[in-house]
Ligand binder design. Structure first.
Ligand SMILES: O=C(O)C(=O)C[C@H](O)[C@H](O)COP(=O)(O)O
Length: 211
C-alpha cells in the first residue's frame, strides 16, 4: 500500500496520466496492467463500477507489483473498506458525503476526493485532504478554473478528470497545481472488451509523448 500521496506524486512525475478503468472481468486485469506498464504508465485507477472491480485491483497489483493501483468511484464505507482490503494504493471519489467522509477519514493521506467548486476544495482541505480531483473537469471550468483556484488556494494540488484527452492533457499539466490528469480515453471499456492490449499501450505512449 502507498505510504502517502507523495509516492503517487513521485510516480506521476514520471508519467502524469492516470487511466480511469472500467473493467468488466478479472481475466482482463493482468494483460491490462502489462499493457499500461508497457505504455510507460505508473498509476492506474480501477473504478468500482463493475462487480469485478475489487478483484481486478488485486489481480493488477499481482501482475505488476510496481504499478500504483487505486480504487475509483469510491462512494460508501463498504467501498472504502473493500478497496483497502483488496490492496488499493489510493482511493478516488467523485465527490464527498457525510457518511463517506466518516469512513474515509482514516485514509485521508491516500484519498483524492472530487470537488467542483472553491467551497468544496476549502472543505476538503479543512478535513485534511491535500490532493483533489477536479470533477467533471471539463464541466467544472477546466484549465481556467484550476488557474483561478491556484490564486487563493495555492497549497492544493489537483488531478483533473472528466473530459481530459491527449489533445488537452498538456494544457492541464502545464499548471503548477496539477499533479496528474485522469481519464478513460487511454483504455476505454471498448478497448478492454476487445482485448486491444497493444492499442492501449500505444495510446499511453502517444499521450505521454505529448505531455
Ligand atoms: O467513476 C468515477 O468515479 C470517475 O472517476 C469518473 C471518471 O473520472 C470519468 O468518467 C472519466 O471521465 P472521461 O475521461 O471523460 O471518460
Amino acid at each position: 500500500m502507498t505510504q502517502s500521496l507523495e509516492t503517487l506524486k513521485a510516480a506521476a512525475g514520471r508519467a502524469p496520466i492516470v487511466p480511469v478503468l472500467v473493467v468488466p472481468d478479472v481475466q482482463s486485469a493482468a494483460p491490462l496492467a502489462d499493457a499500461l506498464v508497457e505504455g510507460g504508465l505508473t498509476i492506474a485507477e480501477v473504478t468500482l463500477r463493475t462487480a469485478s472491480g475489487l478483484a481486478v485491483i488485486e489481480a493488477m497489483k499481482k501482475a505488476q507489483p510496481d504499478l500504483i493501483v487505486g480504487a475509483g468511484t469510491v462512494l460508501t464505507g463498504d467501498d472504502v473498506r473493500n478497496s483497502i482490503q483488496a490492496g488499493a494504493d489510493f482511493l478516488v471519489s467523485p465527490g464527498m458525503s457525510p457518511k463517506l467522509l466518516e469512513a474515509i477519514a482514516e485514509y485521508r493521506d491516500i484519498t483524492i476526493p472530487g470537488i467542483a467548486t472553491a467551497s468544496e476544495a476549502m472543505s476538503r482541505y479543512e478535513e485534511g485532504f491535500k490532493m483533489l480531483k477536479l470533477f467533471p473537469a471539463a464541466v467544472a471550468g477546466g484549465v481556467p478554473a484550476l488557474k483561478a483556484l491556484s490564486g487563493p488556494l495555492p497549497h492544493l494540488s489537483f488531478m483533473p478528470t472528466g473530459g481530459v484527452s491527449t489533445d488537452n492533457a498538456a494544457e492541464y499539466l502545464a499548471l503548477p497545481n496539477v499533479v496528474a490528469v485522469g481519464g478513460s480515453w487511454i483504455a476505454t471499456e471498448k478497448d478492454i472488451a476487445a482485448s486491444a492490449w497493444s492499442d492501449i499501450a500505444a495510446k499511453a505512449k502517444a499521450a505521454l509523448q505529448k505531455v
